[in-house]
Write a new protein. Structure first.
Length: 100
């Protein structure tokens, strides 16, 4: 799967998460995923909650529109973001093209 894929109801993104970072950040990763750094530790869902909040903030959508669809306990995760697919894909492209 590429880093992001348009869907009829939004987009799906793939991320590789590094927990316990100094700050929360989303940037370009590889062709297959975004790179995400989270300050939260990977215990009791804290990193997943922080990931959803970061993705919602980055894409300008409410947290309820971001859903973890795969990789709950893995560093590689897939998320679904509901909204206008074209606008969300444009945001994804702008973050993907930015330097890490």
């Amino acid at each position: 799967m590429p880093a992001w894929v348009p869907r009829p109801d939004g987009i799906a993104i793939a991320v590789r998460v590094t927990p316990r970072s100094s700050r929360d950040r989303l940037a370009a990763g590889t062709d297959e995923h975004f790179a995400v750094w989270l300050a939260a530790p990977p215990v009791e869902g804290a990193a997943n909650e922080a990931l959803i909040a970061l993705v919602a903030r980055t894409f300008g959508v409410p947290k309820r529109d971001v859903r973890l669809t795969a990789g709950e306990t893995s560093r590689l995760k897939r998320l679904s973001i509901s909204g206008d697919a074209a606008s969300l894909a444009e945001i994804a492209a702008s973050h993907y093209d930015a330097a890490p």
